[in-house]
Design a binder for this molecule. Structure first.
Ligand SMILES: [Zn+2]
Ligand SMILES: [Zn+2]
Length: 249
């Protein structure tokens, strides 16, 4: 698995990031929405990609967060400062975005220490500035299933558990689901690939995270995107079935 360069996955849907962490751009006319902010080191890649398409960071009209873990807010504050774009996050993750203080975690890191993937993750995240994520100073919060009036017209699908205010974004007109960390196709601690739940050691509430699969499996989409791992082109239902078979990781 690798992401050598940002790519357009579908008309108006772009993927940025590295082999461990993804973020996305939605394009509607001249306006863009940044979905999650990856790691701080992603900013030059964003600027270069936009420039290659005759665009600039100023075209970003909104930033939307699946949740406020550090690996999803890396470039957000600087993009916000440069564009004055609103940054949308669920009310239950707003404090984490503002302060960088994370919630209590549901599992220990100890079981994962035997996996080389863990050490690669820290190395790559460290190189991309993962240890110094700027807090987001100004936020717009939401707290329920609703359509967001931003480029791409994402519908908020609450999927709490991985974090208290985690949400997925459904783009019905594109047949795309951005699942964030409600599911992944690359487990950043074990290195295992394919649809599965994110590890317990990163979760606020594992039982709630499993329950939130019910919100994912009802979505009609032909492309599902994740915070970690490759896109999934079977149905969300098929991804959820695989994740349930594996159980907690
Ligand atoms: Zn996360
Ligand atoms: Zn993540």
């Amino acid at each position: 698995m690798s992401v050598d360069a940002p790519t357009q996955l579908a008309p108006g849907i772009h993927r940025l990031g590295n082999e461990y962490v993804n973020c996305y751009l939605l394009e509607e006319g001249n306006d863009l929405t940044l979905v999650d902010g990856g790691l701080p080191g992603f900013r030059p890649q964003l600027d270069a990609y936009l420039q290659s398409r005759g665009r600039s960071v100023k075209d970003i009209a909104a930033v939307i967060l699946t949740h406020a873990h550090a690996d999803h807010v890396g470039i957000v504050e600087h993009v916000r400062e440069d564009t004055q774009a609103p940054v949308y996050v669920h009310a239950k993750d707003a404090e984490m975005a503002r302060t960088g203080k994370t919630h209590r975690r549901d599992g220990s890191m100890l079981p994962y220490l035997r996996y080389p993937a863990l050490y690669k993750l820290f190395l790559v995240a460290g190189r991309a500035g993962g240890a110094r994520t700027p807090n987001v100073e100004v936020l717009t919060t939401f707290d329920a299933e609703q359509d967001l009036d931003v480029p791409g017209r994402p519908r908020i699908i609450p999927t709490p558990g991985h974090s208290p205010g985690h949400v997925a974004f459904h783009l019905p007109e594109h047949g795309v689901l951005i699942a964030g960390d409600a599911l992944c196709t690359y487990n950043p601690l074990t290195g295992s690939e394919g649809p599965q739940l994110m590890p317990r050691a990163f979760a606020a509430d594992s039982l709630q995270m499993q329950k939130s699969l019910e919100a994912i499996e009802r979505i009609d989409a032909t492309l599902t995107l994740f915070g970690h791992g490759e896109p999934w082109t079977e149905s969300p239902q098929a991804a959820v079935d695989r994740a349930r078979e594996l159980g907690l990781t």
